[in-house]
Design a protein around this ligand. Structure first.
Ligand SMILES: *[C@@H]1O[C@H](CO)[C@@H](O)[C@H](O)[C@H]1NC(C)=O
Ligand SMILES: *[C@@H]1O[C@H](CO)[C@@H](O)[C@H](O)[C@H]1NC(C)=O
Ligand SMILES: *[C@@H]1O[C@H](CO)[C@@H](O)[C@H](O)[C@H]1NC(C)=O
Ligand SMILES: *[C@@H]1O[C@H](CO)[C@@H](O)[C@H](O)[C@H]1NC(C)=O
Ligand SMILES: *[C@@H]1O[C@H](CO)[C@@H](O)[C@H](O)[C@H]1NC(C)=O
Ligand SMILES: *[C@@H]1O[C@H](CO)[C@@H](O)[C@H](O)[C@H]1NC(C)=O
Ligand SMILES: *[C@@H]1O[C@H](CO)[C@@H](O)[C@H](O)[C@H]1NC(C)=O
Ligand SMILES: *[C@@H]1O[C@H](CO)[C@@H](O)[C@H](O)[C@H]1NC(C)=O
Length: 495
């Protein structure tokens, strides 16, 4: 299998060189695409059937009517967090967390953590943040490691303030999705076998409808969806469900204004091509392997029995050595070096988060794990990941549909990520063929180039200089400038 061999290669980077890869906060999405290859073939055409609700069929009616809006009276007050164990003294914003039932018959409920903005929250937009995997927690990664108001100290018991938290500019929901991830669960265990993109989008939509019932003051608020990695699938799919449901209902049920996808997995073919080129241009691969891959591996067709290609893939794996693929210049967690070459991010953060979220008093304060789940909280669920069903090879047709719909579509990328490198995003955008409106320019943060931006028709592309896969973890100040620009509908500052 010519093409998928490259996925094997990148997965081997995780398995062989990086023992932490799979257990890390996010799972290298590329590894799991490999599994889907035997079932699916990529479409070279963008005109494949779109995902989501089909408006002109009975399915639309069924799906639309299947949205359970259950009474939510009193639940907002119950979800209010008094304070989190070990949190800093002066916390100036409200925090809520708890479960929203998405299927009462099956007993399926999704866990969320919601932080309001400390100032003028009632005039700030509402943002849903999603991490990827599939199977990883948006609470553990997004909230506690990347853009949330708190980060966990080395002791695994106390929290400190993130001075570049994104709730400075918006009210943010972190959703653990789908059921089986983090604290989210189903009482019907066979539900987990139905894990996949469709189920995730559907449940996330039902979650949102009910959450807005619980927090009715947000019903008409400007709404955005942001996330990274495999959420490059979740975000456009959920946005499409929202727009189709609005159309079906003849009204704005959810006031969706835009989406932002970071280091996102959006298209199979360009992901492989982008990854290979990134490794070569970043001096992680010798010429002969690069040329061997180029002349022996077919990037557009899938062929598992091509041993020549597979051999080059194995050679490439060995050539890279033991580096942290989510940020190619970062130290390893177990490194003896105390010097951090590019960012000050602690590569062991995941361990502290894991300790903190498994403390019973923390779970109690969060109104989490109320049914005594028979397993610990984990940043990523290997089980859900293995059971994952539908996983289309490209979401570019959905992105095209969203671009035409008039919502804001941003694709951003930390430029030192080796898991879903910036080249993958650039090739995917090129495939969309949208014309340039604002030509490439450097944008600035704190007197330095924060990255680069190109304004395409109906789509904005932004890079973040010196950031790995988890952009706000490595470059918190630059990431906040990016987020602020996004929610305010402005391009990042040219000076
Ligand atoms: C799951 O089962 C437990 C125990 O019966 C129950 O307390 C809980 O409410 C159920 N969850 C849902 C979402 O129905
Ligand atoms: C809150 O909004 C008011 C009125 O729009 C404005 O004057 C004030 O500066 C805002 N405060 C902050 C902290 O953004
Ligand atoms: C769910 O999938 C697992 C593994 O694929 C299988 O062993 C199990 O029987 C399935 N359960 C149901 C209820 O389908
Ligand atoms: C939306 O409008 C169309 C055409 O006016 C109508 O046929 C349909 O029943 C309406 N849908 C809902 C949910 O009211
Ligand atoms: C897959 O690769 C093998 C070995 O190179 C080749 O014999 C076979 O024809 C290829 N299959 C397809 C569908 O291209
Ligand atoms: C870190 O862990 C990896 C994988 O277990 C191991 O190969 C490497 O030698 C370790 N490095 C140090 C500095 O301990
Ligand atoms: C839930 O709580 C039980 C103790 O009641 C604990 O053993 C388990 O690890 C917890 N699970 C999660 C997912 O937090
Ligand atoms: C941009 O959106 C407009 C409609 O809003 C549409 O006419 C145009 O074709 C879109 N262009 C691209 C490249 O998506």
């Amino acid at each position: 299998m010519a093409t998928s061999a490259l996925f094997i290669w990148i997965s081997l980077l995780c398995l062989a060189s990086l023992s932490l890869c799979y257990g890390w906060i996010d799972i290298n999405p590329i590894k799991f695409v490999n599994e889907a290859l035997s079932k699916e073939r990529p479409s070279s055409s963008l005109k494949q059937s779109s995902y989501g609700l089909e408006l002109d069929t009975n399915a639309a009616t069924t799906r639309y009517l299947a949205v359970h809006t259950r009474p939510q009276d009193g639940l907002k007050e119950k979800d209010k967090i008094e304070s989190l164990p070990g949190q800093p003294h002066e916390v100036e914003f409200e925090q809520y967390s708890g479960y929203v039932t998405v299927d009462p018959e099956a007993g399926r409920a999704l866990f969320y953590y919601f932080v309001e903005s400390p100032h003028n929250s009632s005039s700030k937009p509402l943002v849903l943040w999603l991490n990827g995997g599939p199977g990883c927690s948006s609470f553990g990664a997004g909230a506690m490691m990347e853009l949330g108001p708190f980060r966990v100290n080395k002791d695994g018991k106390t929290l400190y303030q993130n001075e570049y938290a994104w709730n400075i500019d918006a009210n943010i929901i972190f959703l653990e999705s789908p059921a089986g991830v983090g604290f989210s669960y189903s009482n019907t265990t066979s539900d987990y076998n139905l894990s996949g993109d469709k189920r995730t989008a559907q449940d996330s939509y039902i979650f949102l409808i009910n959450w807005l019932e619980r927090f009715p003051e947000y019903k008409t608020r400007e709404f955005f969806i942001a996330g990274e990695s495999y959420a490059g699938h979740y975000i456009p799919q959920l946005a499409q469900v929202i727009l189709h449901n609005d159309k079906y209902a003849n009204r704005t049920v959810i006031n969706l204004r835009g989406i932002a996808m970071g280091n996102a997995y959006i298209d199979f073919e360009t992901t492989i091509k982008g990854a290979v080129d990134f490794y070569w241009t970043h001096a992680l691969m010798p010429d002969e392997i690069y040329h061997g891959l180029a002349s022996n591996c077919d990037f557009t067709t899938l062929n598992t029995s091509d041993n020549v290609c597979l051999d080059f893939v194995n050679q490439a794996t060995n050539a890279v050595g033991n580096i942290y693929s989510y940020d190619i210049y970062a130290p390893l967690c177990n490194s003896s070096s105390k010097f951090h070459s590019v960012s000050t991010f602690d590569p062991c953060s995941k361990n502290y988060i894991n300790s903190y979220l498994n403390i019973p008093q923390v779970q109690k304060a969060l109104h989490a794990n109320t049914t005594s789940l028979p397993y610990p909280w984990e940043s990523c669920s290997g089980k859900i990941n293995r059971l994952w069903g539908d996983k289309p090879l490209t979401v570019l047709p959905i992105i095209q549909e969203l671009m035409v719909s008039g919502i804001r579509v941003w694709i951003y990328s930390g430029d030192t990520d080796g898991a879903l490198p910036v080249t993958c995003s650039r090739y995917a955008i090129n495939k969309l063929g949208t014309p340039v409106r604002t030509t490439w320019y450097p944008w600035y943060s704190q007197g330095e180039v924060g990255g680069y931006v190109v304004g395409f028709q109906n789509l904005t592309f932004v890079t973040v200089r010196g950031a790995g896969h988890f952009v706000p973890s490595y470059q918190p100040a630059r990431a906040l400038v990016l987020f602020s620009s996004f929610v305010n509908g402005k391009l990042p500052p040219p000076a």
